[in-house]
Structure formats: C-alpha cells, structure tokens
Design a protein around this ligand. Structure first.
Ligand code: GUN
Ligand code: ZN
Length: 438
C-alpha cells in the first residue's frame, strides 16, 4: 500500500446526484492491490481522519498539489494525430483531403507503431488515463495500438475500422484468401477480439466508421458480432454534419433516421458509443436512452469543422448518457482542459434556451466519472472512490504565472475548477499515475 497527501478532487457516487464533486483541501488517497492484484483506491478523505487508520503505510506528501481522477476520452482517432489543425469546408472534404491520405500510411506496422508510441505518451502527458480510440482499417494499426497501451498498462479500447465502400481503395478493408473484403473484415475483427479483449486493461470495440462507408452486409455482420460478444464495445459516428446526414438517409432510406440505421443492424446497446449526436430529433434521443447507447460529445471538433452544437438541454431533458471526447484530429487538442472549455462554449448555446450554462463540476465530471459511466465503467475508472482503479493525475495549480495568480484567488471549488478549465493545458498535469497490476 501507498498513500498520497494532497488536495483531492473526486465525485460522489452517481446515486447521490450526477456531477457532485467532493474536495478535501488536506486529503489522503490510499492505494493498494485488490484480490486480483490490481492497484485500486483503498480509501479517500481527510488526512486528519484517515491517516490514523493506515499506520505504517508510506505517505508521499504533495503540498500545493491537487490529486484528481485520470481523464477519460470517449472518442479519439490515434491515426489522426498529424491531422490536427487541417482546415476544410466541412466533414466530408476534410476526410477526403486530409484524413484519408494520412490513414493510408497505417498499413505499415512500423508507421503504426511509432504513431502509437507518440499517441499513448501524449494522452498520458495530458492526464488522459482511459481512451476509446479509433484505429484505421488495417489490422496492423490495431495491433500496434494495443501493444503500446499494454506496455503502459493503460486502459484502452480500440478496434478495426470497418469500411467496405465509398472510400479510397487502399483504405477499404482488404479481402482474404477465399473471402471478400466484407467477410474478411468481420473475421479479422473477431480474431482481434479473441487476441485482445479483456487482456489486462484492454478492451475491443466493434468499429464501423459510419454507416455511409459500410455496406448493409458489413453492418449486419457487425451487429452479429455485437450480439455474440455483449461485453465488447461498439463505436461509430452519427449525425455530425448535415451533408453526412443527408448521405446516410439516401443510402439507408428504409431506416427512420440516420441513428435508427444503427439500431436496425443491432448496433445500439449499452457500451455502444456514438460520436457527435448533433443533428438529432426527439425520437433519436429516446432511442439513445432506451437502448442504453451513449454519446461522445466532441466540442473542439464540432467547432473546428463547423459541424454544429451538441444540445445539452435536450439530452438532459430526454435523459441519455453522454461524456466528453477530444476527437483528435477533427478535435484540436489532446488536453482535457481545452475540451472542457469547448464544452462550456457549446453549453452557452443552450443557455439562450434555458438560462443555464454548464457548471465547472459538471464539465469535469463529463470528462471523468461521467464519461466512465457512459462507457459502462462506472466505479472502475474516472473516479477515486474506494475500489476504483488507481489512475490519477497530480495537478500543479502554480504551473504558470497566470494559473498561480488566478487559482490563488479562488474563493470556492467552482472558482478553482473554472480557473483550471479556462487556463489549463498539459503544463497543469505534473504527473499521471497509472494503476499497476502486480
Ligand atoms: N465520420 C466518419 N469518419 C470520421 C472521422 O474520422 N472524424 C470525424 N470527426 N467524423 C467522421
Ligand atoms: Zn471521430
């Protein structure tokens, strides 16, 4: 066992109300192995009350620092690290002109491996300890990312990108010996599930890129896999951009809506994560709620590509799950602080409707405990309640002159969190600690 004495931020259990932050100015976090040999939180609370119960447990004292849950990024593309900051008229020209040429390069294992090493290091440098990530349509890219995440013992979920039409030929899933590309992509996905899902902290996600780039046969096959492997994740994109929505409607006219297309192929259930979810109607929102699917809200991407604004007011009114995501490289930053600030800007849009904007506690929750819950990992990551895996960040609120000046003025927790959301970036993350299996 080991303990850390610092200020500590965590969240009350969801049953006590969403997004309810707890903060202990002089706190103690005790971590130690559980029965399975995984380092988890044993206790969290006030130092003066807890310390006496853990005599002999070494204490690392971090004066002036804040320990907080590691961030959870619900949607990010590791092959798009180099694509950040590529302007385009909108999603579809951005994919064609910037994204696909870069993703082509991931057919080579060495290229994938060096990109994966950089990507995982960049996530950790920014305090992200759990990620649901896209790879490319090449098995090499998936193996490279899992291999690197495993080396870092990071909780990471990814999968083979399924795309068997409407993309450049080199990016379509490849055929095998005696199999066509569609069949082979599903066989490859199943092989990857067996190889990686549940290995340590790794998880597999069935990953149709988005409905317009899959045939009906591929979506059907993906749905079959989802039914046969119920604890595997599903990830895709939906209702991000008006041209994309029109295209999806044209290709799948028999479905009630773009989102309903996924439901029609058995791709909506718990652990199904849909990025963007902007151009929804109320039936779509109810479908999200009733199936237990969750939205990955990607504010910096939506602002950068001009896609639109996630409707927080309607999402809360209908009551479906969501959490925050960077969506690099449509998104502009690996930093959870930039993503939370983007979400704040987007939430202001809803304010005109309802006179509410997102509180700093709610923003932070959306990128930690809330995102974990949306992923079906409530009580596993994204929080520091006893039993949670011991993934956390050590924040240094003095990291820059302006942060030091502003955070020193904070009169309450909301002011402190807001200062860090608005002024924070990778410099605020002094250390990222990943739970180690013994
Ligand atoms: N829709 C289909 N593919 C993509 C992608 O790579 N990024 C984003 N933002 N949307 C998509
Ligand atoms: Zn995306």
């Amino acid at each position: 066992m080991k303990s850390y004495r610092a200020s500590i931020l965590w969240f009350a259990p969801h049953s006590e109300g969403a997004a309810c932050a707890r903060f202990e100015e002089d706190g103690l976090l005790v971590v130690g192995a559980n029965a399975a040999g995984v380092q988890v939180v044993q206790a969290v609370g006030a130092w003066r009350e807890l310390a006496q119960h853990y005599p002999g447990v070494p204490v690392e004292h971090l004066p002036g620092r804040i320990i907080a849950p590691g961030f959870v990024d619900m949607h990010i593309h590791y092959p798009q690290t180099n694509v950040i900051g590529s302007p385009a008229d909108g999603l579809l020209p951005w994919l064609e002109n910037h994204t696909f040429p870069e993703e082509n390069r991931f057919a080579a294992l060495e290229y994938s491996a060096q990109a994966a090493t950089f990507f995982i290091a960049e996530l950790l440098r920014n305090g992200v300890t759990t990620a649901l990530a896209f790879a490319t349509s090449h098995t090499e890219s998936v193996n490279a990312l899992f291999t690197q995440a495993q080396a870092e013992q990071m909780r990471l979920i990814t999968g083979l990108c399924l795309m068997d039409r409407h993309a450049p030929a080199q990016l379509l899933n490849r055929s095998g010996v005696g199999t066509d590309a569609t069949e082979q992509s599903l066989l490859d996905a199943e092989t990857l599930i067996h190889r990686w899902h549940g290995q340590g902290r790794l998880g597999y996600a069935i990953t149709p890129r988005f409905a317009p780039m899959s045939t009906q046969a591929q979506l059907r096959g993906a749905g079959d896999l989802a039914a046969r492997y119920p604890d595997v994740w599903i990830q895709s994109h939906v209702a991000e951009n008006k041209d994309e929505v029109a295209w999806a409607r044209q290709l799948f006219p028999q479905s009630r809506s773009y989102l309903a297309t996924y439901d029609d192929f058995g791709l909506m259930r718990q652990r199904a994560i849909y990025a963007h979810c902007i151009h929804f109607d109320d039936d779509d929102r109810a479908l999200m709620r009733d199936t237990g699917a969750a939205a990955a809200v990607c504010p910096t991407s939506n602002l950068f590509l001009g896609s639109g604004f996630f409707d927080y007011v309607e999402a809360d009114r209908v009551g479906y799950e969501y959490g925050l995501a960077s969506d690099v490289g449509g998104g502009t930053s690996f930093s959870p602080f930039h993503t939370m600030l983007g979400a704040y800007y987007v939430g202001r849009e809803g304010q005109t409707k309802q006179g509410l904007s997102l509180s700093p506690q709610h923003l932070w929750w959306q990128h930690t405990a809330g995102a974990a819950r949306a992923l079906g990992l409530d009580g596993v990551v994204g929080n520091l309640l006893p039993g949670c895996e011991a993934d956390f960040v050590v924040l240094n609120p003095q990291a820059t002159p302006l942060l030091a000046r502003k955070t020193a003025l904070a009169a309450n927790l909301d002011e402190l969190l807001f200062s860090m959301i608005v002024l924070g970036d990778d410099r605020l993350i002094e250390r990222t600690v990943i739970s180690q299996a013994i």
